[in-house]
Ligand binder design. Sequence first.
Ligand SMILES: [Zn+2]
Length: 100
Amino acid sequence: MAVPKKKHTKSRRNKRRRNIFLKAPVLTICPKCGKPVLPHTVCFNCGYYKGGEVIDVLKKLTKKEKKLKEKEIAGKEKEEEKEEKSAKKPLSWEELSKSR
Ligand SMILES: [Zn+2]
């Protein structure tokens, strides 16, 4: 049996163990529904990936669940439209100088 030749110090042991811990997953926000998603992964809330529908999320749901989900997705799209409208307002130099 292989036997260690020398004792490893606490320092050495702790250095080895300093990388043993759970890391929080890196999340991005789905551009379609705004929920946190793992990068390079299909969104499981709306089934979209890279701007196209990959999974039909509504297929397996019951009628009640379908209605709720459709409402949820439609509501978020409306919110996005509102945000875009407010963001698209161009800022003129006069307005910017007034605020200072
Ligand atoms: Zn999504």
